[in-house]
Design a protein around this ligand. Structure first.
Ligand SMILES: C[S@@+](CC[C@H](N)C(=O)[O-])C[C@H]1O[C@@H](n2cnc3c(N)ncnc32)[C@H](O)[C@@H]1O
Length: 271
């Protein structure tokens, strides 16, 4: 007899499958810019982490590698997608990358890391119990006083309640171009509809968080949303210092809440 897979397991399977796809690897392998809130956080931490061990969780195609290695060459990038790790190794020969899961950082010793980073809402790709496991692991590997910089989706943003969206259609006066665009629009719409129908039944909504079938990757992923207040409570329960400083992606420090879809926090392991 087959037992029903847990919501954690289903969410994990959907997201891992997407993160192993060639489309996702290609999407994350090009850029190397930093967003304004990442720049603000790294600038704030630069003096204390310069030359110290840095752990880049969910490194993807390596967008943050250059910026973090400019702070310290004692750098390790990990990802649970073998395809992302292969892309990073090809893109940055000689840099240390490992295939590893942020929920179980077996090769990283206790209290060995000065700065851990999980950028681009990577921590939002796992369900609730797995998110708590990541916080426990990051807390374990950080040195006392070490910092965990991560971005997460904001449940106070309109994105947390938005439903299905059709792809944008850009008409053209050129008939050949119009035909190509119409064909692409139909194909993309079909992918979105198919993903939506398969994945929306796995959405989870609780008082503390929601895991929703998000429009990212054509509704091909399940993403965890939480408010800033609940995220801070969750961090504190995992042993981090209270009132983690937070930023919007514009780089503005959040003091009075935010309605933007993603927020960056700097969580500290107490000394
Ligand atoms: C949204 S992508 C961001 C990639 C990169 N950090 C960037 O900013 O462009 C999230 C990455 O996290 C990875 N990831 C998600 N959950 C993970 C986990 N539990 N352990 C390791 N990697 C994970 C995915 O494979 C993916 O490469």
């Amino acid at each position: 007899m087959h037992s029903t897979p847990s919501p954690e397991h289903v969410i994990d399977e959907i997201n891992q499958q997407m993160m192993r796809s060639s489309a996702a690897v290609e999407q994350y392998s090009g850029p190397e810019y930093l967003l304004a809130h990442e720049r603000a956080a790294f600038d704030e931490l630069a003096a204390e982490v310069r030359g110290q061990p840095i752990l880049d969780l969910g490194v993807g195609g390596g967008r943050t590698v250059k910026a973090l290695r400019a702070l310290s060459e004692d750098y390790l990038g990990i990802d649970y997608s073998p395809e992302m790790v292969a892309a990073c190794r090809a893109r940055f020969p000689g840099v240390r990358f490992e295939l590893a899961d942020a929920r179980n950082l077996v090769t990283v010793p206790d209290a060995s890391i000065a700065l851990a980073v999980f950028s681009c809402n990577g921590i939002s790709m796992v369900g609730h119990a797995d998110r708590l496991a990541i916080l426990r692991e990051v807390h374990r590997v950080l040195r006392p006083g070490g910092a965990f910089v991560f971005t997460t989706y904001n449940r106070d943003s309109p994105d947390a309640t938005s439903g299905f969206e059709f792809p944008e259609f850009r008409p053209s006066a050129n008939p050949a171009r119009l035909l190509v665009r119409a064909y692409r629009w139909v194909r993309e719409t079909a992918v979105r509809v198919r993903n939506r129908r398969r994945f929306v039944p796995h959405e989870v909504r609780t008082a503390e968080y929601a895991v929703i079938n998000d429009r990212c990757h054509d509704f091909g992923v399940m993403l965890y949303y939480i408010t800033l207040a609940d995220q801070r409570r969750q961090l504190e329960a995992a042993g981090f210092a209270p009132d983690a400083p937070a930023f919007e992606h514009t780089g503005r420090r959040i003091t009075d809440g935010s309605r933007l879809d993603s927020m960056l926090l700097i969580a500290r392991k107490p000394r």
